[in-house]
Structures are given as C-alpha cells and as structure tokens.
Ligand binder design. Structure first.
Ligand SMILES: *Cc1c(COP(=O)(O)O)cnc(C)c1O
Length: 393
C-alpha cells in the first residue's frame, strides 16, 4: 500500500519525510557533497537548463539539501521549503523577495537584533521604509498600514522577553491591506506552533537553533505556498547565493529526527526551571509561555501546543543578573538557544547590546533581565543550579 507522507504523524514525518534513497539503500540519508552534476548527453543538459527535473548546481539545489527542504515542508504543512545558509539569510531573503523600492514594511518591535539591523539600516538603502509596532496591540498593526505596505514581520514568541502575538488576527490585518505576513517561528519551533495554518504566508526558521539542537551548524529555512515561494524567492535564491551547504543540511536532517523528543523534554524542563525561578524572592518577574501567568496566556492557549524552552526573568539590576550568571555551575553563559546544553545570557550586554537604550526600554528590556535556554540535562540538576545561582544573586 502506498503511504501518503502528508497523513503521517509528526514523529514519522521528522524521521522519514523527504527521504530519497540511492540505489545502495542506505538507512542514513546520503550526503551528496557535490557542487555540480554531469549530464548523459548535451540534449539532457539542454532539457535540465530549460527547467526539466534534476540538479544543475549546488547554489540552485542539491539532493541532500532537498531532503532537508522536503522534510521541513512536510512537517510544517507547507507546499514548498527552501533552505538557506543561516537564519539571517532566510529572513533577509524572505523580506527582500517581498519588497522593492517605495514599499513599506510593518514589523513587531521586539525582534532578533540582526533583524532590526536589516529593517532599520539595510532595507532603507534600497528605498524600503518600515514602522515598528507593539506586536501585542492589534490596533497598532492596523494604524501602521500605509497604501504601499507590502509585508508584515513578526516573531512570536519574541526575543528576548517572549511576547506573543495573535498570528491569525495579524494575518487578517495584513491580508486586508494586501500585504504578506512573515512569521519568525524559531522560539516556538515547528513542534509547538504552525503559523501557516494560523494564516501566515511565509514562515522562517533559524535551523541553527532547535533543529540542529546540538550546537554544530548554521542553517535556515523559508516556507510557504509553491506559488509565492516561486514568485518571490526562486530567482533571488539562485542568483544571490545564500544556499545551505549539503553537509549542514545532512546534520540538520539528523537533528530533525529527534526534534520532537528534544523540544518536548526541553519544554518540560523549562516549565520546572521557570517554576523555581518564579518562586524565588530574588525575581521581580518571570516570563515563560508555558505558564498561566504569561501576559498573553489566552493567545498561547489558542495557537501554541507547548511553551518552548526559553525563560526570561528580571533580577532587578545588572549586578544581580551578573551575580546570577557567574554563580551557575552547570548552565553555560552563552547567547545561543535551543541547544541540548542549557545556557543563559544577559541580553542588554550581549544579544541586544546594539539596540539603542530608548528602544530597549520600549520593549521593557531593562538591565536586570536574564534569558535562559533550557536544555536536556536532568531537571533536578538544572533546578538546583538555578536555585543556587538565584540565592547568590
Ligand atoms: C538566531 C535567530 C535568528 C538568526 O539565525 P542565524 O541562524 O543565527 O542566522 C533569527 N531569528 C531568531 C528568533 C533567532 O533566534
């Protein structure tokens, strides 16, 4: 009986989706470390360059990379996925492909630092203007729309304070304005949130985070309908060269096999760690999307099936945050996230250092905040390490 992979459970898609076996019948996906491809005849080359099936050059596509793309598309419920060399390449291409000189973009103001740079410094060089909004305020999205608005960008949950946006409602506002909604779904992961099903047009990932999940390679992905992916991105991907290395695609394929197991355990651990943090008298505020006291808990219940693995908490001052970080014995001080190893960072002096103070204050990011990415260590060890460090703070 022929199986339709679209009907598989998520776990099956993660392990088997997109597999293309060579005649050797390998179990582990083959790594095709090749830049180009040979054609049996000049006629065959002619046909392939004319758009026929088959590979031409690694910048356009590669069998290992395609397996990663097909697996990602299957688990996201997208018609098409294109892989990129990093998450930032994915976001850059996702925006550039939708916008041209004279267009306008509306973006949630709490964004990964490099995304803010693309929007505030890079796109204006090409005549694209942007308005930042409080992503939790639907009226702010509506009021920011101009006749030339072509795209919306939002990260939900957002970095670093885990603000959540009602994706369906923002998609409606975007579509009423004739704009496309791009969602950066890194913090939620494809396991806990499906933005396309909620109404988004394009989803982007930094595969560097949970999809690798073991700290090895950079990667990114853009997903959407075949029509939009072709129209907006096919040429830009071919000609500007942000292609993912097949080696990295292979590592990411292996990462996907265990993604569901890892992020579920990470979220379980994060819930326990967040509980210990919230119970401490040293902590002024704890934010974790898996807790009922999250400010957007009602939206989270509607659009996410888990809280993710990132917890943010306010220790009141930079000194207290530094004392906390320096007292950690298991958890690393590091700015990455989604890794098997737990890590914590002080956003004001690391990830959000280049954000002007006035903008940091707008998103509520003061000097006492710590962001922790909870990993796969034993929950007891993590709670003990964090509790001891909170005592030292
Ligand atoms: C890390 C990250 C990115 C950038 O990804 P890279 O793979 O580092 O280029 C973009 N968005 C979010 C939310 C991220 O966490």
């Amino acid at each position: 009986m022929a199986e339709n992979p679209n009907d598989w459970e998520l776990e099956t898609k993660l392990v088997r989706g997109g597999m293309m076996r060579s005649p050797y019948g390998e179990i582990s996906e083959a790594l095709y470390l090749t830049q180009s491809f040979a054609y049996d005849t000049a006629e065959a080359a002619d046909e392939r360059f004319g758009g026929g099936p088959g590979f031409i050059y690694q910048r356009f596509g590669n069998p290992t990379t395609q397996m990663f793309e097909d697996r990602m598309a299957l688990l996201e419920g997208a018609e098409t996925c294109r892989a990129t060399a990093s998450g930032m390449a994915a976001i850059h291409v996702a925006l550039s492909g939708l916008l041209r000189a004279g267009d306008h973009l509306v973006a949630g103001r709490a964004l990964f630092g490099s995304c803010r740079w693309i929007i505030s410094e890079w796109l204006p060089r090409f005549g694209v203007e942007a308005t930042y909004v409080d992503a939790t305020d639907l009226d702010a999205w509506k009021n920011a729309v101009r006749p030339n608005t072509k795209a919306f960008l939002v990260e939900s949950p957002a970095n670093p304070l885990l603000e959540v946006t009602a994706i369906g409602a923002v998609a409606e506002i975007a579509h009423a304005a004739g704009a496309k909604l791009v969602v950066d779904n890194v913090f939620a992961t494809p396991v806990f949130q499906k933005p396309l099903a909620l109404g988004a047009d394009i989803v982007v990932y930094s595969a560097t985070k949970h999809i690798d999940g073991q700290g090895r390679v950079l990667g990114g992905a853009i997903l959407g309908s075949t029509e939009l992916m072709t129209e907006a991105y096919k040429d830009i991907l071919r000609h500007t060269g942000p292609a993912l290395s097949p080696f990295n695609a292979w590592v990411l394929l292996k990462g996907l096999e265990t993604l569901e197991l890892r992020v579920r355990r990470q979220a379980e651990n994060a819930g326990k760690v967040a509980g210990a943090i919230a119970a401490s008298s040293k902590v002024k505020k704890t934010l974790y999307p898996g807790r009922p006291d999250h400010p957007q808990a009602a939206i989270i219940a509607n659009q996410m099936t888990g809280g993710g693995n990132v917890v943010a908490f306010d220790l009141g001052s930079r000194e207290a945050a530094f004392r906390f970080l320096n007292a950690l014995a298991i958890v690393d001080i590091s700015n990455n996230l989604g890794d098997a190893k737990s890590m914590a960072t002080h956003p004001c002096t690391t990830t959000h250092r280049s954000m002007p103070e006035a903008e940091r204050l707008e998103i509520g990011l003061t000097e006492g905040w710590v962001r922790m990415s909870v990993g796969l260590e034993g929950a007891g060890d993590l709670v003990r390490d964090v509790s001891r460090a909170l005592d030292a703070a």
